[in-house]
Design a protein around this ligand. Structure first.
Ligand code: TRP
Length: 486
């Protein structure tokens, strides 16, 4: 499996975005020369509040990459995934909002990027089920997250599956659906997710093999590991992580929250005037992540020359504030007006569904679940009204085959004459559909019929007067005109 780096973007934020190749080869030439843009997709599980480490390790490089012309970026809030880890509805809701606001405040352009909530794309769970049906249980047994839960239980003398939900167990299938529904080429993730990408490829391959009939329905995604920018030390010097409780907040608590956290960064006991080794301090990597090379060198030099930890922290806070304050202002404006956030996400959902719906249609057709109904749900608003009218066939009590034309609301607009076999009834449906409403004509004051080539094919009646009849005729004409457009 070829693993590629983020498409190279040159200098960003004062230092190059360098990526480590896990295995495989660099493909920047491929990316620059190919006409097709690389679809890069990643998900953010909505259980927490973003901290400085998330910003430097994930948000900033992802947004930087999304501005390149070779990249077609898809970023989404993995809120169905959040349910696996978190049973607190208020926290999930809050986290969705905070994470969306953070990405927007950090410069994500929702016009350019497809930025959406997973739960706004019903094709994702739908595909998830279809994929579940081709995924070997044995493959899921091997998933690290599940195995870790089992190991923990065994170590504690519990039943192996104690507390393990089906959500946790089959989580890699949902992740595969997230990726495959958009035929993403590249998926930037943390190292802990590499196995999930391998599983997504396995599942895609199996589906293609079973149902592709020679053409591949799913693209096999490549994992992208971006090690270089990935980790900031936390307050205690270990990797900054919510689970270590050592984070520096990004926006939470305002400038005061930032200052207070920096004040708690652990330093050694060297006093003012004593030379300090920048590389050994937890302050320095945080500073470097926000500074130009020149500024970074200046900071290192000052430490070597004995700058006090107190002064170093002040310089660090100033440097952080210069980058964070303008974003924080946008963040606070967004949080004060969540409708703006919602608009951005709805735009994203509609862009996402433009792609997801046709792919899901192909999947349904491939497995034998062809449907027409789905199409209507993503049709443009103007056509939607007309499109939702539909023909419904049935076998009547007299043994003959008839059909109704139902309006979008389910009202009967037409009832057909009886036919000896369903095929004949089907042909008449076609004929009426193609007529675009032309043959609709009154029959007395209380009824109308569709008459084509002199034959009454279907009718409706029981109207109180000619006016009511005319109104109904207008509706049926509109419905048929809409259907004929398809
Ligand atoms: N599981 C990922 C994580 O914990 C989040 C995620 C969900 C994701 N679906 C995805 C990442 C699809 C990439 C692609 O980090």
């Amino acid at each position: 499996m070829a693993r590629k780096s983020w498409p190279k973007g040159g200098e960003t934020f004062g230092r190059p975005v360098i990526s480590t190749l896990v295995k495989g080869y660099t493909c920047s030439f491929f990316l620059l020369t190919t006409a097709m843009r690389t679809r890069v997709l990643t998900g953010i599980t909505t259980t927490g509040t973003p901290h400085l480490g998330n910003y430097v390790g994930a948000i900033r490089p992802a947004i930087a990459a999304s501005t390149q012309s070779s990249v077609d970026a898809f970023f989404f809030l993995a809120d169905y995934h959040a349910l696996i880890k978190c049973e607190d509805p208020a926290r999930v809701e809050r986290s969705r909002l905070e994470i969306a606001a953070t990405w927007l405040a950090a410069g994500l352009d929702p016009e350019r990027v497809t930025f959406y909530r997973q739960s706004d794309v019903p094709e994702v769970p739908e595909l998830c089920w279809v994929l579940t049906c081709v995924t070997a249980k044995g493959l899921m047994n091997r998933a690290h997250a599940y195995k870790a839960a089992v190991d923990q239980n065994l170590a504690a003398g519990q039943e192996p599956d104690d507390g393990v939900t089906m959500g946790l167990f089959s989580y890699p299938v949902l992740m595969a659906a997230d990726i495959l529904i958009f035929n993403a080429h590249q998926v930037p993730v943390g190292r802990d997710q590499i196995q999930h990408l391998e599983m997504a490829r396995d599942i895609a391959q199996r589906f293609n093999h079973l149902y592709g009939g020679g053409t591949d329905i799913f693209t096999l995604p490549d994992v992208v590991i971006d090690d270089d920018v990935a980790t900031l030390p936390g307050l205690d010097g270990r990797k900054m992580s919510k689970s270590y409780n050592n984070t520096i907040p990004l926006f939470e608590g305002g400038s005061r929250g930032l200052r207070d956290a920096v004040a708690r960064i652990v330093t050694d006991s060297r006093g003012p005037g004593e030379p300090k080794d920048p590389e050994a301090s937890h302050l320095f990597p945080v500073y470097r992540a926000f500074a130009s090379p020149d500024e970074t060198e200046g900071f290192a030099q000052a430490l070597r020359e004995g700058m006090s930890w107190g002064d170093a922290k002040r310089v660090l806070v100033e440097r952080l504030e210069a980058s964070v304050a303008p974003m924080r202002e946008r963040y606070e404006a967004l949080m004060a007006d969540p409708a703006q956030i919602e608009d951005a996400l709805q735009l994203g959902a509609s862009k996402a569904r433009q792609l997801a719906a046709p792919l899901m249609e192909r999947v349904r057709a491939a497995v034998g679940l062809r449907s027409g109904a789905l199409k209507a749900t993503v049709a443009p608003a103007r056509k939607r009204e007309a499109r939702r009218a539909r023909f419904v066939s049935f076998r009547d009590t007299d043994g003959l085959f008839r059909f109704r034309l139902l309006s979008a609301e389910g009202d009967e607009l037409l009832l057909s004459a009886g036919h000896a076999d369903p095929k004949a009834a089907g042909l008449v449906i076609r004929q009426i559909q193609d007529s675009a409403g032309e043959g609709v004509q009154p029959v007395g004051d209380e009824a109308y019929a569709v008459v084509l080539d002199g034959v009454a094919l279907a009718s409706a009646g029981g109207f109180a007067d000619a006016a009511a009849r005319d109104e109904a005729m207008a509706r049926v004409r509109e419905a048929l005109a809409g259907l004929a457009e398809d």
